[in-house]
Design a protein around this ligand. Sequence first.
Ligand code: GLN
Length: 483
Amino acid sequence: CLRNINQRNGFLNAFVRVPPEQKVTEQALAASQRYDTGTPLSPLDGSTFAIKDNICTKDMVTSCSSLMLADFNPEYDSTVVAKLKNAGAIVIGKTNMDEFGMGSHSTTGFHGSVRNPYSSHLSAYSAGGSSGGSAAAVAGSLCFGALGSDTGGSVRLPASYCGVVGFKPSYGLLSRRGLVAYANSLDTIGIFTRDVRSAQLVFDCLNEHDPADPSSLDGCSRRRIKDYVIGSQSATNQSRRWDIGVPVDYNVAEISPPLKTAWVSTLATLRDLGHNIKPVNMPSTRHAVSSYYIIALAEASSNLAKYDGVQFGPHTAATSRSTNDISPSLQLVAAARENGFGKEVRRRILLGNYSLTSEAMENYFIHAQRIRRLIKEEFDSIFCTPNPLNPEPERSLNSGTGVDFLISPVSISSAPNLEEVAKADGAGVDGYINDVFTVPASMAGLPAISVPVHGNGDLPIGLQVTAQYGDEKHLFEVATLIE
Ligand code: GLN
């Protein structure tokens, strides 16, 4: 891994920080000795992990690719990083990303753009975002696995563009302690690996209640998952003949022909294996992107309000655009925010603040929350297993009529060229449409995984499997069938 980082990272720009080589080598030797004596700490002992730069790591800057946090050196490890280390894993570096997780191509941060490992020197492709550095690091064999964060698709989209597995767990299963917040009600830690089995190993290592994270699912709710989802009749179906839903509303004209072919042929393979393929309707999907961008940005504007330049951020003098209408101290805050945040982050703060103003609240924020509820109810009406978090799960059982999983594309095409991405920037919010297939699962808090499939072009593409809340066990099973 160290050799690959030295050779390839200059081009890929996946890692923004790596620990001293000697430290990594010592940890690797210690792990190898544990294997020699038959005492590895876990199946992950000695494996190398890249960590997205919005996940806190002790003794290593966590910048979120923002000038605002360029010097932020946390005094603690996030819970997920601590768990990896306890399992013997080696943190081999921090990865590049879109500033504060806001973007889909890993181009908005101050470290510059990540390049997809499928790029050539003639043509550089997007690695996807916002966890593009983590995806590129795994795809380019710079590490064994990587952690990212997925708020509306930031693990699944880059995994799809880079041809690796990208997994977003059910909301609340993996601790968010130490993950710098973008939109708390949607943020999840996500996992990148080269195969599904490895993603499951990492998930098993991290999946535990964390009392230090208020949104971490407690033991009682975890038991409900066992009772209603994992142990439910349909899910324990011995013959493993799954009912697989295909959301007809996702079959939009914009999907590229090779992607459509890959989607259809994967479904045909599953049918040949004896599984049932069923069309399902999800009319609320149409509104998912607009409501996501209202909720996510409203939460972001509130989360990012704390960066006032006092503790973090560039200590600059007030800029020429400062006005005399505000006090000198507020002018300093304004200057720090103007210089510390990039253009996309500032745009989102403005949009988020607007939707929370008294005049816009009802029409935007409240309306978006209603749509979010509709999306969740729509998923619940489609899956045969009940949502274990509903007050009376047994009453929402759709056995016989529902489906076990949904299979859809992750994005509308394979990775675009970075030049196209730069040109499209002027189109502003039009770019947000790229998230159309990933945000519904985020809005409903459901587990979803991007699995690379064989397209017929030069670039990889991913298909997404989505399952009922808490049903990661069967999600991994079906994902292995299509990888
Ligand atoms: N592209 C989406 C956004 O910019 C998703 C980002 C994410 O999941 N962090 O909000």
